[in-house]
Design a binder for this molecule. Structure first.
Ligand SMILES: Cc1ncc(COP(=O)(O)O)c(C=O)c1O
Length: 383
């Protein structure tokens, strides 16, 4: 019998009876979308969980980001990173703006704040940093730079559902944060997303722009889109939110098992706990140094695949080197991002992953022969 297959992720689902019970209320009201009662209920619940004052729900994270950029009236150039899901870059380009790619730092793979100022021109209107893998950007430094140059900050917080910094919700930093509630995320509404924001006056902007720009039956104030969260999505959100703390605790146990096998091994770099941050254990990226291991990331990916284990090369290629962006940007201008993208593999991590499956994954990679060291691996990203 072939080994059971393990995918990089598996969606969290509530007990089916709970979802059916929410569906019964939809059948009762026959209100399927357009900010119905479940939408309103979920909006309050999720704002409380995320520890934010202001929130607007969307049909998915990408549309939330794209419409936030439109609603804030950004112009010209936007500083961002290429080490992310392609959505971040697409949202900028689809608004007719130019992404200016800043490199990432080799510690947590978020934007390298020491390199932002050199990229600012008189055309720059905003910074869109990414809390990649659930790692928190240097929010204090970004805030200082944004204030100094009068720039807006929209965080791509797709990976940071429920993350707090010293008890403060991650969605309260910057002008706006975008969360994704996609099926593959720590928390899902099947598809879904949200914008959280500091300035209360954004509420009407975001609520209008996701509903065609309509403010009343005879009034349309913006050329908006249709990106409303429907009642079935909200129902899933309400159910999944009841179980989110258990889900995060299960993910933590999986991550800890990986650490037992891999922590400190020469030739690999794991992500580490950030000070003051309460994490959500969204992803388990590992960077492999082929010079020490004698094997590349691709070799390890293939070895896992031959055992029916499907890790993913998140985030490879960089968004500035996809075919749709070919010739427009120089991936070599972000060498750390390139180095990491060429060596990173995201190992399976989800709440239901069994600990003996983690053992199997680590055994297949056969890295236990590499000795442990006390200090964290420092990557030599010069190649
Ligand atoms: C970093 C990042 N940004 C944006 C998105 C887009 O979110 P969604 O899939 O909800 O549209 C995702 C996830 O899919 C993501 O991982």
């Amino acid at each position: 019998m072939p080994n059971k297959s393990i995918l990089v992720t598996r969606s969290s689902l509530p007990p089916i009876e709970e979802y059916i019970s929410e569906l019964q209320s939809i059948w009762g009201s026959a209100w399927l979308t357009n900010m119905g009662p479940l939408h309103q209920q979920f909006e309050k619940m999720v704002a409380e969980y995320l520890k934010v004052q202001n929130i607007s729900l969307f049909t998915n994270g990408h549309m939330a980001l794209e419409l936030a950029i439109q609603a804030l009236g950004l112009t010209g150039e936007v500083i961002t990173t290429p080490f992310t899901f392609v959505s971040t870059t697409h949202a900028i380009v689809r608004n007719g703006l130019t992404p200016v790619f800043c490199d990432i730092n080799p510690h947590d793979y978020t934007i390298d704040v020491s390199k932002i100022e050199a990229l600012i021109t008189d055309k720059t209107s905003a910074i869109i940093p990414v809390h990649v893998y659930g790692n928190v950007c240097d929010v204090a430094a970004i805030d200082c730079i944004a204030k100094k140059y009068g720039l807006k900050v929209i965080y791509d917080a797709a990976h940071t559902f429920g993350v707090t910094v010293n008890g403060r919700g991650i969605g309260t930093y910057g002008d706006v944060s975008m969360f994704s509630f996609h099926a593959t995320k720590v928390f899902n509404t099947i598809e879904g997303g949200a914008l959280t924001f500091a300035d209360e006056s954004y509420r009407s902007k975001f609520n209008n722009i996701k509903n065609f720009g309509i403010t009343s039956p005879e009034n349309v104030v913006t050329v908006g889109s249709n990106a409303k969260m429907n009642e079935f999505q909200a129902a899933m959100g309400i159910c999944n939110l009841r179980h989110i703390d258990e889900q995060i605790a299960l993910r933590k146990a999986v991550m800890e098992r990986y650490y037992e096998h891999l922590e400190g091994r020469k030739g690999i770099k794991l992500i580490t706990q950030q000070q003051g941050v309460s994490p959500n254990y969204a992803y388990f990226p590992v960077v492999f140094d082929e010079k020490v291991l004698g094997k590349t990331r691709d070799d390890l990916c293939e070895a896992l695949k031959s055992e029916n284990i499907y890790a993913r090369k998140y985030f490879y290629p960089l968004t500035n080197s996809f075919e749709c962006n070919e010739g427009l940007y120089d991936p070599n201008a972000t060498p750390v991002a390139k180095y990491i993208a060429d060596r990173v593999l995201t190992l399976p991590l989800y709440a239901d992953l069994e600990l003996n499956d983690v053992d199997r994954i680590c055994k297949t990679m056969n890295l236990s022969r590499f000795s442990r060291q006390k200090e964290q691996t420092i990557l030599d990203c010069t190649g």
